[in-house]
Design a protein. Sequence first.
Length: 694
Amino acid sequence: MRPEILFPLFAEPTKLDGVGPKTAPLYEKLGIAKVVDALFLPPSGVIDRRLRETVQGAVEGTVVTVRVTVGRHSAPGRRGAPYRITVSDGILDFTLVFFHAHPEYLVRILPQGEERIVSGKIEIYDGVAQMPHPDMVIDPDDGETPDGFEPIYPATAGLNQKAIVKAIRSAVTMVPDLPEWQDAAWLSKQGWPAWRDAVRALHSPESATDIEADTPARQRLAYDELLSHQLALALVRAKRRRSKGRITKGDGSLRKKVEAALPFSLTGAQKRAAEEIHGNMAESKRMLRLLQGDVGAGKTLVAFLAMLNAVEVGGQAALMAPTEILARQHLAGLESLCEIAGINIVLLTGRNKGAERETILSGIANGETSVVVGTHALFQSDVIFKDLRLAVVDEQHRFGVNQRNELAEKGAGADILVMSATPIPRTLALASYGDMDISVLDEKPPGRKPIETRMVSLARYEQVVESLRSAIAKGARAYWICPLVEESDIIDLAAAEDRARALRRALGEDVVALTHGKLKPAEKDAAMASFKAGECQVIVATTVVEVGVDVPEASIMVIEHAERFGLAQLHQLRGRVGRGSGESSCVLLYQGPLGESARARLAVLRETEDGFRIAEEDLKLRGAGDLLGIKQAGLPQMRLADLAVHTDLLEVARDDARLIVSQDAELKTARGEALRVLLYLMGRDDSIRYLGAA
Ligand code: ADP
Ligand code: MG
């Protein structure tokens, strides 16, 4: 249960100054559903309202605050003209300008001959400085002079800055003094303030640089956020590791047989990953490991060796893929290897019905079948394994922490290996997979031919189609990707349909297939299958094109409006070709003129095929929040931590969290109690139920 000390922070936003039932929904749009959310909304800018001597020398368009003597009022001479008041700051005369003014009101707040402090944006009009609609008019005799600096928050329609500032300021006054959850030595080494002071500092910037991500206050708050997240993951991980696992330590006989039959030897990275995995399986704790590697890095083979390890001790292994077509592809890849090993493999999907399904299930139940490949149908309750020791999940970035938990609960006692083809920088992998151990295949099998990558303007569409025509005549197969135009599926679909129609006209009716997100899974599979079988030579796809589908004969990838894709996604798409023995190419069709960042993205792609390097560049170019591949990888949304800036802190947070859990798994020490408050404060109530003795 949430500790009482936090209750005020979890009240409705109507408890904030100036927020009523009408405006509360607008605050929710800003992400403020509870008082506490207001604390964690960082200012996006800062206005300098320090009192200046004079308007003279001010940069046009900036906010200026000066003390003035009010001069003459001039009412508009014609309709639509503004009401003007001449004022003087002692050095310069300038004009306050009001459209649609109420003269009585202006006469009252700006009486001629009196002193006032005014603050607002300075503009130059006809060579004369003017301040249209000052933000503030203060009588120095009874008003407060403005703070030196004022935070600016991201706005939403219907809420003005003044209201947001007021609401957030009131949230800050409700902040209780909470027990310190950070390690005292670490805090003082970093020179970070206490939490309450940090919150106050965040919302009272004292200079323009005070809102940057590297101030002590901001770093502290970012670290709190990262630590709470990593702690939640570490608790999940610890809970899972407490659940009894099995010792699986095969004699290597099957693995030796298969390795000897391979026409190549394992890469160094594959050997390393295999050792890590087999080491984990030999422990009595349950394994939860991520096997990360670029498309084609050889993950499947590593996973298969782990499966053989399970089979060597008389156990079974399952491989789960996100779609039926991917499951079939895995089956096709593994069948011959299973034959070499002399073990049985079977495919189980939602399509197996009746007697056929019964036969498959009985083979799994009596242990005749050693390896089962399938879709999520594998985890239906009637699927009973004789002795499941290893579950491999081909993730294709579709599962989050919650689904992983579910899976872990279903495959009682079995070790779990998750394969992911999203190359994300190591630190970001920590953020999304902090609950897992990680093996990385950062080395590609030798002998891969580079993919020739070209940038071509859409203006040269006809030429691209011409060269496609001659390639097809020689038997080539090509993907043609149409982008996500808008959030709207309908527009995407129209664009893809138009393109398919145009290509059919140019290349022939039967040559071109079309697949997109609106099709039923079976229809999508059918389109892909006809392309895979070579019944058609071009497949037009929106980005639904199955990232893991392997068509080694495909050697051309055309990406239309490449400038609209993120780097990670372009890399994934390009990875669809270059899998066969021939030359392959990727055409980045762009719509000019290219913006600077789009140009930089495409240039990176042309330069390298190294997924990890591309991911790092993408991170630099776009910041963590925007990384498409990373969103897919289930990266948590952070409010104060910026994963592109605070990467070092992320690593520390992970180590810190694991240490805490290993020493105080029930969070019972004084620091542990304080950390519970942190978890609740950060809305990680869920993770509390994973507390438990080591
Ligand atoms: P991933 O699952 O990482 O996308 P795969 O395991 O499907 O990669 O491997 C891609 C291809 O590379 C397969 O045809 C596989 O047989 C081959 N391969 C795997 N490991 C090696 C290696 N060490 N040397 C050469 N080829 C390899
Ligand atoms: Mg694969």
